[in-house]
Write a new protein. Structure first.
Length: 462
């Protein structure tokens, strides 16, 4: 059969309140044109993030009832630990309340001021946690990452030559670790090949630099390798994951993504001394090492979710949904990142709204318009999230790309919802010349995209 259906039945529903365009204009104005500040009840299709927004299965809800809330030594932790170790192969598993807490633990014990942490592309919380230590977060993506129309199958790869040159220039002592983000979220949800992971590992091992994976979408990356890389078509997603984990020294994980859970994460690693130091901060900030800021029921939900996310029927449907939307947008001439990412479809804001200069945040302007027109909440992955004011002149330094990420929660929306999103984008594209840019009226120094206040510029810049 050519038609790929959702590999599940709906057992419980949540009503959607259908708002009017007039209402949405006021809601967005009250939220200072920042979609993070909207009330979720005022959103029709919520594609802001896939982090903790998915639907849990009957088996996960059943596991929740088994959750043991003992402060120490809970059997729920034992099941969680065994599941994570079975998939990753790492010896030490430290649970955290979410992924950024795992990042904080890792960088706190490894990074110092003046050092550099290279990544294929740091996401915003990863970069913020690196910079909070005084270290520099440096992106080393392959050049294909910046070509939104390129059909390269692994646009999430790290530039190997750039990594080798960086190590030669700085010396290994100035690079406390190297990270690879799977999939490359900020680069369009693009996968990293096994060959690239292996090569990065070889470079790191030669210089005795630890390699860590940001593994929050590890299962989706495994599926792309299975589908696109020679020699892996007969491997299971779990076998593929086990291989790329074996090339690294540890990983951070937000279980709110490929853990199919509403909360949770972990830091996993092999080095006993490093794990011991991280555990000290875990005790201080998160909780006892056998719960780490989570309830026993949360540990159970994550353990079950990590098993379900590796099911081939699920992964095939998940990636097919993104491909369906991206292919239809591309066929209509709408600028979109191709090939489709694993968890989201990304619109190219610079090409969609070429009349809006980067310092007026074209992707944010587009995200606002998608909400006003159809109640679709998305997120800007561009100059609002990754740009920053020049410390001397105060002028905005734009990011290299301005993307709008349409991030699909797992097992939440149906085909008709996807078709509705397609229609909204088409109609906004038809009147794109009328859309005006944005400017910041209030912002914080760290992770400004979450809380910034913006204003719409009264007339488009031509």
């Amino acid at each position: 059969m050519k038609t790929i259906i959702e590999p599940f039945r709906i057992k419980s529903i949540e009503p959607i309140r259908m708002t009017t365009e007039e209402e949405r204009r006021q809601y967005l104005k009250d939220a200072h044109y920042n979609l993070f500040l909207l009330q979720s009840k005022d959103v029709i299709i919520d594609l802001l993030t896939d982090s903790g927004t998915g639907a849990m299965s009957t088996e996960q809800w059943a596991a929740i009832m088994r959750g043991d809330e003992s402060y120490a030594g809970s059997p729920s932790f034992t099941r969680f630990e065994e599941t994570v170790r079975d998939i990753t192969g790492f010896r030490h598993i430290l649970p955290t309340h979410q992924g950024r807490a795992a990042e904080h633990l890792l960088f706190k014990v490894l990074c110092q001021s003046g050092q550099t942490v290279p990544n294929n592309t740091h996401f915003d919380t990863t970069r913020a946690n690196v910079e909070y230590t005084g270290a520099r977060a440096l992106n080393l993506p392959v050049k294909e990452t910046f070509d939104t129309s390129s059909k390269h199958p692994f646009k999430g790869n790290m530039d190997l030559n750039a990594l080798a040159q960086l190590i030669e220039d700085l010396g290994g002592d100035k690079i406390p670790l190297v990270m690879l983000t799977l999939t490359n979220n900020s680069g369009g949800g693009q996968p990293v090949s096994m060959a690239n992971i292996r090569s990065v590992s070889e470079i790191c091992k030669a210089k005795k630099i630890p390699l860590f994976l940001d593994a929050c979408r590890f299962a989706e990356n495994s599926w792309f390798i299975k589908e696109r890389e020679a020699g892996y078509s007969d491997k299971t997603p779990k076998e593929i994951a086990r291989e790329f984990f074996s090339y690294s020294d540890g990983c951070t994980m937000s279980a709110k993504k490929d853990g199919l859970s509403n909360i949770g994460g972990f830091l996993a690693l092999n080095d006993s001394e490093l794990a011991s130091r991280a555990e000290e901060f875990l005790l201080l900030m998160e909780g006892f090492p056998t719960y780490g800021g989570l309830a026993g029921r949360d540990l159970e939900a994550v353990a079950q979710g990590l098993k379900e996310v590796l099911e081939e029927d699920y992964l095939n449907y998940r990636i097919a949904t993104m491909t369906y939307l991206a292919d239809r947008l591309e066929a209509r001439g709408i600028p979109v990142v191709t090939p489709a990412g694993g968890h989201a479809v990304y619109l190219d804001g610079l090409k969609f709204l070429p009349h809006i200069p980067p310092h007026q945040f074209p992707a944010q302007a587009l995200a606002c318009e998608l909400y006003i027109h159809g109640g679709v909440r998305s997120v800007e992955i561009g100059s609002l999230m990754f740009g920053r004011p020049d410390p001397e002149s105060g002028e905005e330094i734009p990011a290299g790309q301005d993307l709008v990420r349409l991030t699909f929660p797992r097992r939440v929306y149906t085909q008709s919802h996807v078709d509705y999103v397609l229609e909204v984008i088409e109609e906004v594209y038809a009147r794109r010349s009328e859309i005006a840019g944005c400017q910041i009226s209030k912002q914080k120094k760290i992770l400004r995209a979450f809380s910034a206040h913006l204003e719409r510029i009264t007339a488009p810049s031509h």
